[in-house]
Design a protein around this ligand. Sequence first.
Ligand SMILES: [Fe+2]
Ligand SMILES: [Fe+2]
Length: 177
Amino acid sequence: MKKKSISYNAIEKEILSNNKYQRISLESHHGLTRLEHSLRVSRNVYKVSRKLNLDYVSATRAALLHDFFTNEEFETNHGLIQGVVHPDIALANACGEFDLNEKEKNAIVSHMFPLSVVLPRSREAWVLTAVDKVVAIYEYGLYKFNPKKAVKTLRFANYSLCFLFLFVINILTIGEK
Ligand SMILES: [Fe+2]
Ligand SMILES: [Fe+2]
C-alpha cells in the first residue's frame, strides 16, 4: 500500500501558529526577515528531501526551526560568534516549544557545519545544511548586493589606482626631469 504523502502546509501549520516562533518575523536576516529565510529554506528542503525519498517531515520541521532565535538572545553582537552559537539557541528554543525527534535535533544543531563542530548525522541533516548555504548565498546576492553601491566603489577604486599609478610614475621619473 502506498504511503499517504504529507503536504508542506500541513507540516508548517503547527510551527507557524506558535507565538514564540512568530517573533522571528520581526528579526532581520540576510536583508529580509528570519521567518522569510526559514520558509525559503524549509520549502526547498521539503522538495529536495521528497525527491531523495528521505524523511521529509523531519527534514522540513528541522528546516523551519533551524534559525529559531532572536538577536536579543545573544550576549555579543559579533557575527562570527553568533554564527557558531545560534544553532544551540535555536535548538533550545525549538525543544522548549515542540516535541522533536533525534534526527530533527541533530539537523538543527549541525546546520552551520563546518563553522560549528557538530557533524550532520543523517542525510536529512546534510540536505538542510546544504540548502541553508545555497539559500543564504542567494539571499545575500538578491537583497544585500547593491549594484549602484558596487559600481560607485569600483569607480572610486579605479580612480584611486589611477592616481596611485601616476604618483608612482612621477616619483620614479623624478630624476629624469
Ligand atoms: Fe542559521
Ligand atoms: Fe539559515
